[in-house]
Design a protein around this ligand. Structure first.
Ligand SMILES: [Zn+2]
Length: 209
């Protein structure tokens, strides 16, 4: 859509019209170049979306579904797609009997993706002097936990003192649940807390050390 006169990409859309035929979706733009003032038309024509085979892996399961995409578009690994099963990230693209990282959708046979909406499962330990209440929690992947947070979990009110992520141990800052492996906490004598994780418990085990 760059200006055909001066090549600028600083373009204002004055007007746009959409037309849909059986096979195509056409968008006609009236554009004005902000640099040289040239007014011109641009027509974008896309093939109408059709269903593509999509396989979504989620933890140890996989789901077969379809997604409607325009064959005019390009797809590459790492792209995010919004599906019936939530947001997914493209992990592989099958064209014929080959796997590629990038392709025009026209040629694609199957799209492989992994779910990015599944909750993060993290460990949460409550140190009870000699015994540990160990939980598995399911949290939104972008839920933030910081050392120093005061948390309610069942009948405990605890303070987070260390967060172990995939890469390091944190005693300050914060981490998102998506990268946390385990949170270590100790009971505190507070009556108030920052948040309650009781409803996020997936499993509880008691350990003595
Ligand atoms: Zn221009």
């Amino acid at each position: 859509m760059d200006c055909p006169i001066c090549g600028s990409d600083d373009i204002e859309i004055l007007n746009s019209k959409q037309k849909t035929t059986k096979k195509k979706f056409t968008e006609e733009y009236l554009l004005k170049c902000e640099d040289c003032g040239h007014v011109y038309k641009n027509v974008i024509s896309l093939k109408k979306p059709r269903p593509y085979r999509l396989i979504i892996s989620e933890q140890d399961k996989s789901h077969k579904t379809t997604i409607d995409l325009s064959p005019s578009d390009e797809l590459k690994t790492g792209d995010t797609l919004l599906t019936e099963l939530g947001q997914v990230e493209v992990t592989s693209i099958e064209v014929g009997d080959k796997r590629v990282d990038k392709s025009n959708l026209e040629d694609v046979t199957t799209i492989w993706a992994s779910s990015v909406e599944i909750p993060a499962r993290i460990g949460f330990s409550v140190d009870l002097h000699g015994e540990v209440d160990s939980y598995k929690l399911d949290l939104e992947r972008d839920f933030e936990i910081a050392p120093g947070d005061v948390v309610k979990i069942e009948n405990h009110i605890v303070k987070v003192h260390v967060i172990k992520t995939q890469e390091r141990k944190l005693t300050s800052g914060f981490a998102k649940a998506g990268v946390i492996k385990r949170v270590y906490s100790k009971p505190v004598r507070f009556n108030s807390y920052d948040y309650d994780l009781t409803k996020n418990i997936f499993k509880k085990t008691k350990k003595s050390d």
